[in-house]
Design a protein around this ligand. Sequence first.
Ligand SMILES: [Fe+2]
Ligand SMILES: [Fe+2]
Length: 404
Amino acid sequence: MAPSSTPTIDIESLGLDQGALLLIRRALAERPVGGELQVRGRSPDWEMHLQAWCRSQGHPLRFETVDGLPQARITRGPHAEGRWRDAQATGTALGGINGTPADDAEASWGLAARGATVEAGSPGFFFALHRRHELWAATAGDLYRQAAAAQWDPATAIEWGAEFSLAPAIEAAVVQVMTYLIENENAALLVPARHLGQIHPHYREVLQLLALQCADEARHVEVFTRRATLRGHEPALSTAGGQASLRTLFDAPDFSVATFLLAVLGEGSFVNLLNFLQANAPDPVTRQIARLTARDEARHVAFGMAHLEYRLSVQPDYQSKLRNAIEVRYDALASTAGLNEEVFDALVLLAAGELSPNAIARGHAAVQQLQRDMAAGRRARLARLGFDRDEAERLSALHTRNFM
Ligand SMILES: [Fe+2]
Ligand SMILES: [Fe+2]
């Protein structure tokens, strides 16, 4: 018989159950549907095993005799065609493990790696957040890498044994501020965590970043708790007004609105608060804690801004949703007290460092300046999201008096 141009592999004496099937599968995968592959072999019963496998996979098979020996001729069957699909976008500029993810992640991609080939028949998973514009940020991958590199260990990053001595009233003020911070950190952990489980894993970078953000908040809860109780005190007061403000974050209608209220407005204001504590706290432990937590919060704000900038770039009319969210929240909280007096007074005392009128005047001025800094920061971020000056000013002023 004349030599054939059909690709041929020789599995020699290797049995199909000894790895020969791997060679056959790989060679066949390189053939188009309808294309042929010739296989030679010598192991006992290889023809029978090949027949059974080809039948199960839907590849037509026939045997010929070449030089007195049996030779298989496999035609790649059409079944293989619909059996696999890629868990990545099919659009032109999209796809690949590191490329921009798809506009819409399919339920049938499930938990597969982005870009993986997913076998048909894999179970579907429902993720409420499966559309890119609802969760994506262009810088999510960079922010994740920054967050991974910036993780710190509360046990060693803070000098818990640093010596200091505060008047009882000042220590009590620190405990009150820590108590306030802890409940805000609990919200900052739980609000993103509730959305995290709803995100399609195709959007890997956002998932990873939010997971680290939750880890950041877990550390913040730890260090504020540890400082509150460092001198043997119990946590102090938690008020209805403070919790009512945080409650509205749990009621936000979607991930973008929650991120806007929590990260852009709340955590943005918290960066100012933590900077204030870093500059004004009366003891070195509180100042160190404030420095480390402020750095993490700045990243949380950066993601919030990047997500909303992305969403507004593809859906400009979403701005009215953001405006509406601030107004609805303001109305919901209009009858509550906002920042409780105890926290306000504690911030003044903490910045004063002692109870003399001069020191209190200084502390009071510092807290006034803090509130101006917070408002200016909110206005600047709202302006970056496209609100004009007057509107940014108006909306910033409607922000919760609880700061978060
Ligand atoms: Fe935090
Ligand atoms: Fe945060």
